[in-house]
Design a protein around this ligand. Structure first.
Ligand code: UD1
Length: 442
């Protein structure tokens, strides 16, 4: 990362303002990452609308350019991609190692060129993140897969892939999307059983279908793909980000605010809506918006993260921040990734009372947080800590906000538009200035 990227790598937040107003949600980062990879599978130009302008999608687009893909940013949220001139199926792009979704390039390149060499994926350090199911899928389609020099190398045996019946041993978003991509131009029919049903799985399938693929059943446990000879260009708009929307819902709830969250698909938010109602918030659903209101202390509940339509693991830290301020003893069981409680140490410094036993956090609700100097441990935990700062007494400083910017576009700008006192700062002097200025208005 360039030095200038680090210059404003902290947020200063003065808590205590109930968020009020309207906020518009951007395109789904995790759908975008799959769709960017899938877009290179046709030689024709693809126009992608509602592309979020966040670090992860920008790294992915830069990696595309590095192998000869033409990437033309028409405006901040519209990108044209043309993959006809890919010179190399070996991605040797340093930054791509940092993002998890680099693995989608294996499915896309293998599906189109029948071979791929891609660095093993990185992404948030939220626990061991195996890719055995991806490999199992590629092998079932007739590719050899090996790991060498930190790269995954996949190659179709006789330059052909063949449709197969694949049962995934765990419900995995990544492997479901990857096998879908690799198989959409394979010969014959592929069936993926125990497929992930997340909204972004459906979005990548819809995108591929709009390019001429024949994928049925995305959004259910069984996806059927009939291989087609080639894909063609399209114009496609990415779905709204379920997790960005959920994060703003929680921000409204935790600050005891009243926020209309626009440009969402309320159905994708149902598990979050249900929990917010359970703890005492009011959530109204409209065609493409939700309004979250809360005007008192929330109460306890229990949450278990599960594959969609269950409660998303990517919303678990944000829920933890609310439950730590809710009356009574709550529990959160994390059943997807084992290392997702790293925000607990940080909010403990702000006054939370949480005990983690195995994959369960036992949360004894406290009545307030107090501002502290803390660090974002990963993308979603970082966003959750911002929510804690928004409600804490005094000033909170959060380091390493580049992790938050991996997945949230203009997070501070959007929060300020709802009344929050949050600012990017680059040094302790700027924190002092922020503290003085905001003390005057609070
Ligand atoms: C994706 C999302 C991430 C989200 C997660 C679960 C992207 C870029 N990331 O991550 O934000 O938290 O879905 O909704 O879209 N597993 C295996 N073998 C595999 C693959 C996965 O055992 O080959 C396990 C994982 O360890 C985990 C579970 O399956 O316990 C789910 O993982 P998966 O859905 O694949 O998550 P990601 O695609 O990594």
């Amino acid at each position: 990362m360039r030095r200038s990227d680090f210059e404003k790598d902290h947020y200063a937040i003065r808590g205590g303002v109930p968020l009020k107003g309207e906020v518009a949600i951007g395109g789904a980062k995790n759908a975008a990452l799959g769709i960017i990879a899938a877009a290179i599978m046709t030689d024709e130009t693809v126009t992608i609308e509602n592309m979020p302008d966040v670090r992860d999608t920008n790294v992915m687009l830069d990696a595309m350019k590095a192998i000869g893909v033409i990437v033309d940013r028409v405006d901040r949220h519209t990108v044209k991609i043309n993959g006809s001139l890919v010179q190399n199926v070996n991605i040797e792009f340093e930054s791509i190692k940092k993002i998890r979704a680099s693995y989608y390039l294996i499915g896309a390149l293998l599906g189109k060129y029948k071979e791929a060499e891609v660095p093993l994926p990185g992404g948030c350090n939220i626990g061991s993140r195996p890719i055995d199911q991806h490999q199992k899928g590629f092998r079932a389609l007739g590719a050899s897969v090996r790991i060498e020099r930190g790269n995954i190398i996949a190659k179709a045996k006789d330059d052909r892939l063949y449709g197969a019946h694949i049962y995934l041993d765990v419900v995995t978003v990544g492997a479901t999307i990857n096998v879908m991509m690799a198989s959409c131009m394979a010969e014959g029919k592929t069936i993926i059983e125990n497929a992930a049903k997340e909204p972004h799985v459906v979005d990548v399938a819809n995108f591929l279908n709009s390019c001429g693929a024949n994928i049925k059943g995305a959004g259910t446990d069984v996806i059927r793909i009939r291989g087609v000879e080639k894909l063609h260009g399209t114009t496609y708009s990415i779905i709204p980000d379920q997790i960005e929307a959920g994060t703003f819902m929680c921000a409204a709830a935790v600050t005891q605010g009243d926020v209309l969250i626009k440009n969402v698909i309320p159905k994708h938010l149902e598990s979050i809506t249900a929990k917010l109602i359970e703890i005492g918030c009011t959530v109204e659903e409209f065609d493409d918006a939700v309004r979250v209101r809360n005007n008192g202390r929330t109460h306890r509940t229990q949450i278990k993260t599960l594959p969609y339509p269950g409660f998303p693991t990517d919303m678990q830290p944000q829920a933890g921040v609310i439950l730590s301020l809710s009356e009574g003893i709550s529990t959160i069981t994390e059943s997807i990734f084992e290392n997702r409680f790293k925000y607990v140490d940080e909010i403990t410094r702000m006054g939370a009372n949480i005990k983690v036993e195995g994959n369960t956090a036992i949360i004894d609700g406290v009545s307030k947080y107090t501002g502290a100097h803390i660090t974002a441990p990963d993308l979603r935990a970082g966003a959750a800590l911002v929510l804690a700062g928004l409600v804490a007494e005094g000033v909170t400083v959060i380091d390493d906000i580049h992790l938050i910017e991996r997945g949230y576009e203009d997070f501070d700008v959007k929060l300020r538009s709802l009344g929050a006192m949050i600012q990017k700062v680059d040094d302790s002097k700027a924190v002092q200035r922020f503290t003085l200025e905001t003390a005057a208005v609070s």
